[in-house]
Ligand binder design. Structure first.
Ligand SMILES: [Fe+2]
Ligand SMILES: [Fe+2]
Length: 422
C-alpha cells in the first residue's frame, strides 16, 4: 500500500492470522512463547525475548520488576540438532531507566536502536553485552516495545537483529514500530484472558492443596511444563503437524496442572495421615483419579476432555499394574474386570498419551521434592529411579525422551521455582 506510506513487505495477512491465533491460546506460558514467535515473524527479527511485569513486595516497599519468560534466537537454534531447544539465563531487571527493557516499561515507550554497540552517550540506559560475549552472537539492531493496552502494562518484548530478504541485518523501521504497537494491544488482551484462566486454575488447585499440601501451585506448574517439554520432543519425533501440536500442548499444559484435582474429594484423615496408609485407605486414596475425572465429565471443550483423561490415567502403569484401571468415570462402572471382579489396569498404549506423559513428569517432580514423609532425593538417585521405572511404571519411549530433554526440564524447574504467580 504505497499510498499510505507503508511498505509492501509488511504481511498484513500474517498479522490478522496472528491476532486470531493468539485469541485461541488459553495457557499463559504457551501464549507468551507464541506472542514472542509471532512478533518476531511479523518484522523478521532473528532473536528476541519476552518479559512479564511482576511486583515484588519487600519490607521497604514494592518494586516492579521484569522477569524473562522466553527467549528465542534463530541463529543459535540452527546450531542445535533438530528438535532440541535452547535454554536461556533466567534473570529479572527492575522497571527503571537503567536497562533498555526497564526503560521501555518505565516510560511506556518503544525504543528503536540501530546499533546496540553505538547507543547515544546521553541515553540513560546501556546495553548489557554479556550474552554476546558468552555466545559469540553479535547483536546489532533492536526494537523494544511495551506489551500494553490503555494504561495497563503487562510486560515488554525485545526483538533483535531484523533481517532483510538477503539475510543482512538492518535497523527496525517506523512501520515495524507501528505494526508492533498494534500487535501489542492484541497481545495484551490475549494475556489478560490467559491470566484469568490461570488464576481460576490456581484457585482450584488451592482447594486441592488445602487437602494435600504437596499439591502446590509451583508443583503443578512444574509438572505442566515438564509435560510440554516431553510432548514437544515426542511430537517432533512423530512429525505431528504444527497446528495439532499448538492445540495439544496448550490443552496439555492446563490438563496437567489439574492432574490431582480429585484430591478435593479425599478426606483429610487419609491425605494428611503421617504414617503408612492401610489397604482400605489406599484404595480410597486411589479414587482421586475417578473423582478428578468426574469433575470434567460434561466435557464442554477439548481441554476438558484432556484434563479428564489425565486425571483418570496419570497413575496407570505401562506394565498394567497401576490404577484405577478400566473404569468409566461418568458412571463409576467397571468396564473390564479380573476374576476377583476388580478393574483391570490399563497398560501400554491403552493408557492415553497425556496420561503416560504426566506420569513421568509428576513422579520426577515428586522425587526431586521434599515431602512430609521423605527428604528430596539427590539428582543421581532420581535419575537412577527414572531409568529403573522404564517399562514398569513408565512408557519406555518417554523415559528416553525424558533423558533427552533433561536440560529443558531442569530449566523449567528453575523457572517455576521463581517466586511468580504465573
Ligand atoms: Fe495423582
Ligand atoms: Fe502431583
Amino acid at each position: 500500500m504505497p499510498e499510505s506510506g507503508i511498505k509492501e513487505d509488511i504481511d498484513f495477512k500474517k498479522i490478522l492470522q496472528a491476532n486470531s491465533e493468539l485469541g485461541q491460546i488459553q495457557d499463559i506460558d504457551i501464549l507468551l512463547e507464541r506472542i514472542l514467535a509471532v512478533a518476531r515473524s511479523i518484522v523478521n527479527a532473528d532473536a528476541g525475548s519476552i518479559y512479564i511485569k511482576q511486583s515484588v513486595v519487600e519490607a521497604d516497599g514494592k518494586t516492579d520488576m521484569l522477569y524473562i519468560r522466553h527467549a528465542q534466537n534463530d541463529t543459535r537454534q540452527k546450531l542445535l540438532p533438530p528438535g532440541e531447544k535452547q535454554t536461556y539465563p533466567l534473570f529479572s531487571v527492575p522497571i527503571d531507566k537503567l536497562s533498555i527493557a526497564g526503560y521501555c516499561a518505565h516510560m511506556g515507550r518503544i525504543i528503536n536502536i540501530q546499533d546496540m554497540y553505538h547507543i547515544p552517550e546521553d541515553a540513560p540506559y546501556s546495553f548489557n553485552s554479556s550474552f554476546d560475549q558468552r555466545t559469540g552472537y553479535r547483536t546489532v539492531s533492536s526494537l523494544t516495545f511495551p506489551i500494553a493496552a490503555d494504561a495497563r502494562l503487562l510486560g515488554v518484548i525485545q526483538l533483535l537483529n531484523k533481517t532483510d530478504r538477503t539475510g543482512n541485518i538492518v535497523p527496525f523501521s517506523e512501520e515495524d514500530e507501528l505494526v508492533l504497537r498494534n500487535f501489542a494491544i492484541s497481545a495484551t488482551h490475549a494475556m489478560e484472558r490467559a491470566y484469568i484462566t490461570r488464576a481460576m486454575i490456581i484457585r482450584m488447585i488451592r482447594m486441592a492443596e488445602l487437602r494435600d499440601p504437596a499439591e502446590t501451585g509451583s508443583h503443578v506448574n512444574r509438572v505442566a511444563s515438564y509435560s510440554v517439554e516431553l510432548y514437544d520432543r515426542w511430537a517432533h519425533k512423530h512429525n505431528v503437524p504444527e497446528r495439532e501440536r499448538t492445540v495439544f500442548r496448550d490443552n496439555l499444559r492446563i490438563g496437567a496442572m489439574l492432574h490431582d484435582i480429585g484430591k478435593v474429594a479425599i478426606s483429610d484423615a487419609i491425605l494428611k495421615k503421617p504414617g503408612r496408609l492401610t489397604e482400605g485407605e489406599f484404595l480410597q486414596m486411589q479414587e482421586h483419579t475417578i473423582h478428578g475425572a468426574s469433575l470434567f465429565r460434561d466435557s464442554l471443550s477439548e481441554v476438558d476432555s484432556l484434563a479428564m483423561e489425565i486425571a483418570l490415567t496419570h497413575h496407570e502403569n505401562w506394565d498394567g499394574t497401576g490404577y484405577p484401571g478400566w473404569i468409566d468415570p461418568t458412571s463409576g462402572l467397571t468396564v473390564r474386570q479380573d476374576e476377583e471382579g476388580k478393574p483391570v489396569g490399563k497398560k501400554g498404549e491403552e493408557i492415553p498419551l497425556a496420561g503416560r506423559i504426566v506420569a513421568v513428569a509428576d513422579v520426577f517432580d515428586a522425587l526431586c521434592s521434599k515431602r512430609a514423609y521423605k527428604e528430596a532425593w539427590t539428582e543421581e538417585q532420581v535419575l537412577a529411579q527414572m531409568r529403573e521405572l522404564s517399562g514398569k511404571r513408565f512408557d519406555p519411549e518417554f523415559v528416553d525422551i525424558f533423558f533427552e530433554v533433561l536440560p529443558m526440564i531442569k530449566h523449567s524447574r528453575q523457572l517455576h521455582s521463581q517466586n511468580l504467580a504465573a
